[in-house]
Write a protein that binds this ligand. Structure first.
Ligand code: COA
Length: 226
């Protein structure tokens, strides 16, 4: 699903305030601490509660392995000012319908200042630019107003309710299905602030890039400038 560019652990996306980078063994303690907060886990279908250090270790190993194979892209979110310290996580993985399924969370101290909209926009912009993914979908608990607001602000359409698997919540739950089709995505807030588009475009960092990927990244930057 994901290209060579993202399959090396030096890959990262940079936004105005954030780094989205591969999770590392050094993140385990922070992830275990932030994810053991029920105010994170209980809004999600797959993060268990209580959350153990072993669960964080297994997550980091599994995420790095899936990233390396290009099966999915699971990134730690960190502030640019403290890139070593994870403050949240974001993931895209394929689902049965051919869309990419989006999951995300922020630790409580880091909420309320719009970080997640910035992170989602960067990840989706890169994904539509460098992969064939036709749409991104997220399944959100109907009572999760903050999450729904973030997605609507990025142009996601509300497709209504669906019963989804929520293994960490003990069984299926009702969720709202939010979908952003490739053709509906306006890169880097194009409709909102034309003059700021180029400045808001996420930059991609990786030491080794194939010519195709370099061209795709360039095309992404050019598209944002038009
Ligand atoms: C959902 C989550 C990622 C949002 O991240 P965030 O960057 O802190 O989002 P913010 O609070 O800055 O912005 C959310 C938007 O929702 C609004 N909002 C927040 N709480 C709200 C509420 N209870 N009712 C209505 N709107 C609300 C905010 O005003 C903001 O709107 P704006 O952009 O128009 O100003 C974060 O709360 C989180 O990690 N929650 C726990 C895990 C989770 O829910 N994951 C997603 C599972 S689908």
């Amino acid at each position: 699903m994901f290209p060579e560019l993202t399959r090396d652990d030096v890959f990262r996306l940079e936004t105005k305030r954030l780094w989205l980078r591969w999770p590392r063994a050094a993140d385990v303690s922070t992830l275990a601490q932030l994810l053991s907060d029920p105010e994170v886990a209980l809004w999600t279908a797959r993060i268990p509660h209580p959350y153990s250090r072993e669960a964080a270790e297994a997550f980091v190993l599994g995420a790095r392995s899936a990233n390396a194979e290009g099966l999915s892209l699971s990134l730690a979110i960190a502030l640019r000012s403290r890139p070593q310290e994870a403050v949240g996580g974001i993931e895209l993985r394929p689902d049965a319908s051919g869309a990419a399924r989006l999951g995300y969370w922020l630790g409580q101290p880091f909420r309320g200042v719009g970080y997640m909209a910035e992170a989602i926009e960067a990840l989706i912009s890169m994904t539509f630019g460098l992969t064939e993914v036709a749409a991104v979908e997220a399944e959100v608990m109907a009572v999760n107003a903050a999450s729904l607001t973030v997605l609507k602000g990025l142009g996601f359409a509300d497709l209504g309710e669906r019963r989804i698997e929520a293994p960490a919540r003990g069984g299926p739950i009702e969720a709202r299905v939010m979908r952003l089709a490739r053709r509906a995505f306006l890169p880097a807030g194009a409709a909102r602030e034309p003059a700021a588009r180029a400045a808001k475009l996420p930059s991609m960092s990786q030491q080794r890039r194939s010519p195709d990927e370099t061209n795709a990244a360039r095309a992404l930057a050019i598209a944002a400038d038009q």
